[in-house]
Write a protein that binds this ligand. Structure first.
Ligand code: GUN
Ligand code: FE
Length: 410
């Protein structure tokens, strides 16, 4: 058995000092006072020290791994003009580039303490991302982006072909590696997807019980396009098509009125909140407090490459600062929840990950406690001051993915 030891551990109900997490295979079998519980088990390996802080692995609920190559491109643009530039690169991307991008992105995720994520790959080469996630050991939800209208050559797909390829990928990858890998059906957004494609996406999601994820209500021009073409908002239209539901994760959700928030709550649809991207593309600030008040599950997303790194520390801070811009106070403890248990709820994995509890999957990170002085409020320090240099070890599914800040690549 593996013992993960720390001078402090961040538990759902607060901080415990001098704690050990006992891991058997992929699961947490015990958590408690280190000297007491380590005697009870046959420990064969141990990580951590009295300076370590044990924390749940972070969850990035929305990113585009291949866009790691486009970071900084089109700086200053807003969504629809930005996309035109991204699409040019994306349309010409080779299989090798997709693989290299996935590797670089996932290694950066690990070094930022992220253990679970949702990745929109491009229209092609999705398997490269699955192969890399499979090898590196991350808990990955990955989907091939679907685009069958208003898309440039190289990305525009035939509707049936897009659905066939999606189904092939589901059969090959969904639930593999003991459930560590999952498929997400990923229509890009309303503008690039016909209703026929969206109907097919819903059919597949029901047939295979997978997540559907798409972008919605991100940019005001996109919302105007939806209103003109659907004669209603995307949220209302998606509801009519049967897209909204507990397995559905919408990225951004900025331009939402009370009725739409109510509809998300009623249908148990989740939101991936991407405050860094929302600032970078000048999209606006999402009504996070209102969503949470209505019990909508909200996770945090880096949305790389619209934002520039995979730091959930950045996103926690930006979630707080962007609510301030709206004249609201968003508590740092709640920001921490968005990056952990909130994200787990948003991606439908709250029974398995997002908090350190007996019986849950062993997805945890060790932070360097020497960075925190004094230690009177560890969570506040993590949220307001943390960065990737604090992350020393990363464990996912009971496997050590990074030790002494070195990611194991094989
Ligand atoms: N809407 C449709 N595609 C995209 C994308 O790649 N990134 C973001 N941020 N929004 C989108
Ligand atoms: Fe995105």
């Amino acid at each position: 058995m593996l013992e993960v030891y720390g001078g402090w551990i961040v538990l759902p109900y607060g901080i415990m000092k001098d704690a050990s997490v006992i891991v058997e295979k992929d699961r947490i079998v015990d958590i408690g006072n280190a000297p007491k519980i380590r005697k009870k088990y046959k420990i064969t390996r141990s990580v951590g020290s009295k300076n370590s802080i044990i924390c749940p692995g972070f969850i990035d609920s929305h990113l585009h791994s291949y866009q790691i190559a486009t970071r900084g491109l089109a700086a200053g643009k807003t969504l629809l003009d930005w996309l035109k530039i991204i699409w040019k690169w994306e349309g010409n991307m080779t299989k090798k580039q997709a693989s290299d991008c996935a590797r670089l992105a996932y290694v950066e995720l690990i070094s930022n303490g992220v253990t679970s994520f949702v990745d929109y790959t491009s229209v092609r080469h999705t398997e490269e991302a699955f192969k890399v996630a499979s090898k590196l050991g991350l808990r990955a939800t990955i989907g091939k982006t679907m685009m069958d209208r208003n898309s440039p050559p190289g990305l525009l797909e035939d509707t049936m072909e897009s659905l066939r390829e999606t189904e092939r990928l589901i059969k090959k990858w969904h639930g593999k590696k003991g459930g560590r890998l999952r498929y997400a059906i990923t229509p890009r957004f309303g503008i690039t997807c016909t209703d026929q494609l969206l109907n097919g996406a819903v059919r597949l999601a029901k047939k295979y019980n997978t997540m559907i994820t798409t972008h919605a209500h991100e940019n005001i021009k996109e919302v105007e396009w939806d209103k003109k073409n659907y004669k209603k908002t995307a949220i209302a239209h998606f509801h009519e098509l049967g897209i909204l539901g507990k397995n559905t994760l919408l990225a951004h959700g900025i331009w939402l009125n009370d009725d739409e928030i109510g509809l998300l709550a009623k249908t148990k649809t989740s939101i991936a909140h991407c405050p860094g991207s929302n600032m970078a593309l000048k999209s606006g600030h999402a009504p996070v407090l209102e969503l949470l008040k209505n019990r909508v599950a909200v996770g945090l997303g880096s949305d790389v490459g619209a934002y520039h790194n995979f730091s959930m520390f950045d996103q926690m801070r930006l979630a707080i600062l962007t609510q301030k811009k709206r004249g609201k106070i968003f508590d740092y403890k709640d920001a921490f929840k968005l990056a952990t248990i909130g994200g787990a709820k948003a991606i439908g994995l709250e029974k398995e990950v997002g908090s350190l509890e007996k019986g849950k999957k062993a997805d945890l990170v060790l932070l360097d406690g020497k960075k925190i002085v004094p230690k009177n409020d560890i969570v506040a320090q993590i949220v307001f001051c943390g960065d990737s240099s604090w992350v020393t070890e990363v464990i996912c599914d009971g496997r050590i993915l990074m030790k002494n800040r070195v990611v194991k690549q094989n």
